[in-house]
Design a binder for this molecule. Structure first.
Ligand code: ZN
Length: 408
């Protein structure tokens, strides 16, 4: 992007918008008081924000006496965000406004093993259908967030050796989608965006949260200091390949994992491993959803496996609680639908093996968002990026220099 000449009068517009994002309407006088800026400076910045539609004027009804003063409020509906949470065989897509309200969404069957062009082409078509249903256009899209079921290089947004996504390694997902959707595209792995979604539901008061997904595989997303912790190579949170210590003191030593090691948590406590165990016992079960369906139908073998899996996940999490000291642990993924059957085991292992100081104020619960955690989290990721004060400053500066410049 070209370096824009800086207009100091509007350079702080992004910071002003950040104040208004809580949804409260404020007058110029209130904003001047909050920021310590001259009222004329506040006015110029508000004008720049209004020109781009980020802020709209309203009338302050609670103004004391006389004519109501003009108040200004964040315009959540001025643009929309598109998000897609891709799993191995299913995807969920959504359109949200900047206040994180879901305007439209749909779940579709979509197989990522058909390669990136086929899969992403379908994602573009689904987005266009959702937008058309809302009477919105691509020009109103300010950003796109995508979650993929595999490792993603955070710097480039490209998949990095994803095991279940043939043809995707190094594919330029942000560029490919950006060309077709005309907006910046942020990509991360599915567990990370689910962690962002769950963190969004608990609010900014929670600094440290772990989201653990128990589905076909097992992985976790780490929110540290209110930010996603990805690690040096984006591999942080890969708890599925930590060696499991069985709750009964036994060894998971002979369970072979898909990573090639033996005794991994994923090899003994994932939906795939439980389904395999049930098949070995002569029970028809293809994957994690079948395991939960069997539990609900009263199958005691499935119930025993799920409780045991909870204890094994808890055993690994107990070490992580001691090491990381989160205040919230959220359990998601298909197996989380087993509710207390899995949560009880997780709690039991964590409370018996973590230090009391670390568990004193620890909340362990099932996901509140369920299947929607990914699309909500991807939207949170995009909104934070698009509405970051320096991005807003760039956007209003570009418009001040060239009124025909695209917004957002
Ligand atoms: Zn492994």
């Amino acid at each position: 992007m070209a370096v824009m000449p800086q207009d100091p009068q509007i350079a702080g517009a992004g910071a002003l918008l950040a104040i208004l994002r809580d949804g409260r309407a404020r007058t110029r006088a209130e904003l001047a008081q909050l920021t310590g800026l001259a009222r004329s400076t506040v006015s110029q910045r508000l004008d720049a924000l209004m020109q781009d539609g980020w802020v709209v004027a309203t009338e302050d009804a609670i103004s004391s006496g006389g004519r109501p003063a003009a108040a200004f409020v964040f315009n959540e509906s001025v643009r929309v965000v598109l998000t897609a949470d891709l799993g191995a065989t299913h995807a969920r897509l959504a359109v949200l406004d900047l206040g994180m309200s879901v305007l439209a969404e749909r779940a579709v069957e979509l197989h990522v093993d058909r390669g990136p062009r086929d899969t992403l082409g379908r994602v573009v078509a689904e987005f266009e259908t959702l937008l058309a249903g809302l009477g919105r256009e691509l020009a109103q899209v300010c950003g796109v967030g995508v979650g993929l079921p595999g490792p993603v290089d955070h710097g480039t947004g490209r998949p990095a050796n994803p095991p279940i996504m043939p043809g995707w390694d190094g594919f330029p997902v942000p560029e490919w989608l950006g060309e077709r959707l005309g907006a910046p595209v942020l990509v991360d792995n599915d567990v990370n965006i689910m962690a962002l979604g769950e963190h969004w539901t608990v609010g900014q008061d929670t600094d440290h949260l772990i989201f653990i997904k128990i589905g076909t595989g097992i992985g976790c997303g780490i929110i540290s200091g209110r930010r996603l912790h990805r690690g040096a190579q984006g591999a942080a949170g890969d708890v599925g390949h930590i060696r499991a210590v069985l709750a009964d003191g036994g060894s998971a030593g002979d369970a072979v994992c898909r990573c090639g090691n033996i005794g991994c948590l994923e090899a003994v406590a994932s939906g795939a491993s439980m389904a395999a165990e049930l098949r070995a016992q002569g029970v028809a079960a293809d994957g994690s959803r079948d395991v939960v369906a069997l539990l609900r139908a009263g199958d005691t073998r499935a119930a025993r496996l799920i409780r045991q899996a909870g204890r094994e996940v808890g055993g690994v999490m107990a070490a992580i609680v001691n090491f990381f000291n989160p205040s919230v642990i959220v359990i998601g993924g298909d197996i989380a639908d087993a509710g207390e059957h899995v949560l009880a085991g997780v709690r039991e292992a964590i409370y018996s093996r973590s230090l009391p100081l670390a568990t004193q104020h620890l909340t362990i619960r099932a996901s509140r968002l369920g299947d929607r955690a990914g699309v909500i989290g991807a939207a949170a990721m995009v909104v934070e990026h698009v509405l970051a004060p320096d991005m807003i400053d760039q956007s209003v500066q570009a418009r001040a220099v060239d009124p025909a410049a695209p917004v957002g």
